[in-house]
Design a protein around this ligand. Structure first.
Ligand code: GLN
Length: 380
């Protein structure tokens, strides 16, 4: 049999490639973003309790009502925004399913979707598989600031959606209030949908505040806010995320979601709903990860790698242009094989794979792992 790919230009995601290589060479893995420490035992116990108390059949399609209520309360408290738990919040199999379902729901052939590069690698294929056309706006290192004039020039009659991501993976940049106001102004009086990927919402550093699309009333009206429990509660393997949107948008999303997954793992939802009763479980995250970022950067301050401290996410970008001129993909692979330290080359996220000699390192790791990684970087 012969079959044609629906994504002929897409290879295996860099996250699998680099984690696979790290495993093969027994390298310290700072590539794919996941913690090397465990989730809170209390949360694991709560999920176990949920299983033992019979939460083992289908949840409602949109997810456990208790969990949706907990999310609604959290958003109200943190962002002063209201989403009704009944019909404006849906629990998904990770943020990735939310993103994929949003794109399937809205993108038709030839619709244009504006994407900021470097971009998380699921956005573009998610647009293409639905026949849409990704339109890139490249952000420039090392600040990765957005030129809103350029965005304005790229908006056409066919622009269906703009995807934003704050805090931004892979750069560690966070959107300012002015960025959000500029986006709100640009999209006012249009039919453009905003997909706001906010999975690192609780990891914003140096006193900056997360600017959620939900905080800006006109923006909220056209936005899906996508969030993640996996990032927040240190269990990326659980695949638990959610999205929020005003009722008319969510009604369209639900038409697809019901046949995509129907609903996701019920006992985990119940466990997380119980765990969220204590807000400290997510509010302490910024301090926790800022400590890790600071430790990592202090340890490598005398290395030949250059950096601008990450403002958000659990990623730090390092510039190696003083060390070698090698293509970043080759260099990331060589570091893994020869120095036993895995990272992610930034070019794979850029328009035309532009190589700025930068690698992304994940600092969601035990202090001892960060120390071992720093020792390697300092030797280079
Ligand atoms: N979000 C994670 C990262 O950026 C990876 C997720 C995945 O492997 N699909 O590293």
């Amino acid at each position: 049999m012969r079959h044609q790919s629906k994504l002929p230009n897409i290879g295996t995601t860099i996250f699998s490639v680099m984690s696979g290589l790290a495993k093969e060479y027994r390298a310290i893995n700072l590539s794919q973003g996941f913690p090397d420490f465990g989730s809170d035992q209390k949360l694991i116990d709560l999920v176990n309790n949920a299983m033992n108390s019979g939460y083992n059949q289908y949840a409602p399609m949109a997810g456990s009502f208790e969990l949706r209520e907990a999310i609604s309360k959290k958003i109200q408290t943190l962002y002063n925004a209201s989403y009704h738990p009944e019909n404006e919040i849906t629990i998904t199999a990770g943020a990735t399913q939310a993103i994929s379902t949003i794109l399937t729901t809205f993108i038709k052939p030839n619709d244009e979707v504006i994407i900021f590069k470097p971009a998380y690698d699921s956005y573009e294929p998610g647009v293409q598989i639905n026949g849409g056309k990704p339109i890139s706006v490249q952000l420039q290192a090392p600040d990765f600031k957005i030129n809103w004039q350029e965005v304005k020039e790229k908006i056409t009659k066919r622009t269906k959606m703009i995807i934003i991501n704050t805090p931004h993976n892979p750069s560690g940049m966070v959107f300012s209030k002015d960025d959000m106001l500029a986006l709100q102004k640009l999209t006012r009086d249009t039919d453009i949908i905003v997909l706001s990927d906010e999975v690192y919402e609780h990891m914003v550093y140096d006193g900056l505040l997360h600017q959620s699309a939900s905080m800006f009333p006109d923006l909220k009206l056209r936005s899906f806010v996508v969030a993640s429990f996996c990032k927040t509660f240190h269990n990326t393997g659980w695949r638990m995320g959610y999205c929020c949107a005003p009722k008319p948008l969510m009604a369209l999303f639900m038409q697809v979601h019901q046949f995509n997954v129907f609903c996701v793992h019920h006992p985990t939802q119940k466990g997380i709903a119980d765990y969220m009763k204590e807000p400290k479980h997510y509010l302490n995250l910024a301090n926790f990860y800022q400590g890790k970022r600071d430790l990592f950067l202090k340890l490598i301050k005398d290395s030949r790698f250059r950096f601008k401290p990450s403002s958000g996410t659990y990623f730090q970008v390092l510039d190696y242009s003083k060390i070698t001129n090698e293509y970043d993909v080759d260099y990331a692979k060589r570091l893994t094989k020869e120095f036993r330290l895995a990272s992610i080359p930034m070019s794979v996220f850029n328009e035309n794979n532009v190589d700025n000699k930068m690698l992304r390192f994940c600092f969601a790791k035990k202090d001892e792992t960060l120390k071992q990684a720093a020792e390697i970087l300092n030797k280079i």
